[in-house]
Design a protein around this ligand. Structure first.
Ligand SMILES: Cc1ncc(COP(=O)(O)O)c(C=O)c1O
Length: 383
């Protein structure tokens, strides 16, 4: 069977050493070896999001569990939440919040654009919000929020907790939790960390933990961070729920790879690969949806040139060995989504463009063969 190059925005390709860690003997969640692994994993998670005092959690579940955990520990019923939405995953915050009876207001951008930072400032001046959510990279639109700029605004409103969804960013794009005053930052395994899906990884600031305490009893049991806190502070000391021990081993190895590469190096590699894809695809006549200054380094939303039909094109790509994702919502059939995050190399970038070029030759489409690869290589090998 042909090996498929999986360039979707998660799960991302998994390094063999991570698979080996995942496949190690299943031990007790209280086994001293697992306890050590969990301790180191939590410490490394803090390093990746650049926090000294933040409290890390890793909980069996997915990114959506992390979203819900962030909200349910930050607000009470009828408290007000401001959601900044740049697409499908921003809107999901609003849906979750509504299901808990929080008062939600959404500031949404056209898909492919961002909410202006001044509009956020204006909104926060008008009313008191218990929390604000921002999706660092909305995977549906390929838009990267101006996290630092938004953080400078939110900082002026200390009564508002700053919740950041880093699912499509953490470990691939810089996130300075302490410096930028982020209160809850979370990600899932399967994106820029390059680990198989299965763990929701969150970090709470001291302020966020104080907020949790101020809420008293909340409408959650498994998602109550106070129930996980003893295990996360002192792994092995206590039982709350049986941890996904093999997943912890895998995440541990994944985070080790991130730190071995070095954060700065990893962020700049993601920048370089994103630019290589953007230049390569544009040389072939595709367009990248967001304006260059708000394009994510982890995922691209790629508009088709005329004459190329979405499902036929993606089907052909797959036959030729490349998997990309379909557009969501209003972007369905107009774009494909290309993931370029986690543990990929220049080889995958070039191979992806090669398969795209090969596929284009199978359509009645005029372009200069090799031009995409060549434009990408200018970025990869000369810059
Ligand atoms: C930005 C963002 N947030 C949240 C999620 C939800 O994560 P999961 O699918 O792991 O529940 C995703 C999934 O793709 C995402 O891209």
């Amino acid at each position: 069977m042909k090996k498929i190059l999986m360039m979707i925005p998660g799960p991302t390709p998994v390094d063999q050493s991570i698979l080996e860690a995942l496949g190690r003997e299943t031990v007790s969640h209280l086994d001293p070896r697992l306890v050590e692994t969990l301790k180191e994993t939590l410490k490394n998670l803090k390093t990746i999001v650049m926090t000294e005092k933040g409290q890390p959690f890793t909980i069996p579940g997915t990114g959506t569990l992390a979203m819900e955990t962030a909200l349910v520990n930050s607000l009470k019923e009828r408290e007000r939440l401001l959601v900044i939405s740049h697409g499908f995953f921003g809107d999901r915050f609003a849906e979750i919040a509504q299901s808990y009876g929080f008062e939600v207001e959404v500031l949404a951008a056209e898909w492919g654009e961002i909410v202006e930072v001044e509009k956020i400032a204006q909104k926060l001046k008008e009313k008191r919000y218990a929390a604000l959510t921002l999706t660092h990279v909305d995977t549906s639109t390929g838009v990267c929020a101006p996290l630092k700029e938004v953080s400078e605004v939110v900082r002026e409103f200390p009564e508002t907790l700053f919740i950041v969804d880093g699912v499509c960013a953490t470990g691939g794009i810089e996130e300075r939790m302490d410096e930028w005053g982020i209160d809850v930052l979370f990600t899932a395994n399967q994106k820029a960390l390059g680990v198989p899906p299965g763990l929701a990884n969150l970090v709470f600031s001291e302020k966020a933990l104080e907020r949790r305490n101020s809420l008293g009893k909340i409408s959650a049991y498994y998602m109550d961070v106070n129930r996980w806190l003893p295990i996360m502070r002192e792994p092995g000391s206590n039982y709350f729920a049986t941890h996904a021990v093999n997943m912890v081993n895998a995440l541990h190895q994944g985070l080790k790879i991130v730190l071995q590469e070095g954060l700065e190096e990893r962020f700049s590699r993601h920048r370089r690969f994103a630019l290589a894809f953007h230049q390569g695809l544009e040389a072939l006549g595709f367009k990248v949806l967001p304006a260059p200054e708000i394009r994510a380094n982890t995922v691209s939303t790629v508009l088709y040139p005329s004459g190329i039909e979405d499902s036929a094109f993606r089907e052909r790509l797959f036959k030729n060995g490349l998997l990309v994702s379909a557009g969501k919502g209003v972007l369905a059939r107009k774009i494909f989504r290309l993931g370029h995050m986690g543990n990929i190399t220049e080889n995958e970038v070039v191979a992806t463009l090669s398969i795209i070029e090969r596929t284009l030759t199978e359509f009645n489409y005029h372009f200069s063969l090799g031009s995409g690869i060549s434009a990408a290589e200018e970025v990869l090998f000369k810059e």
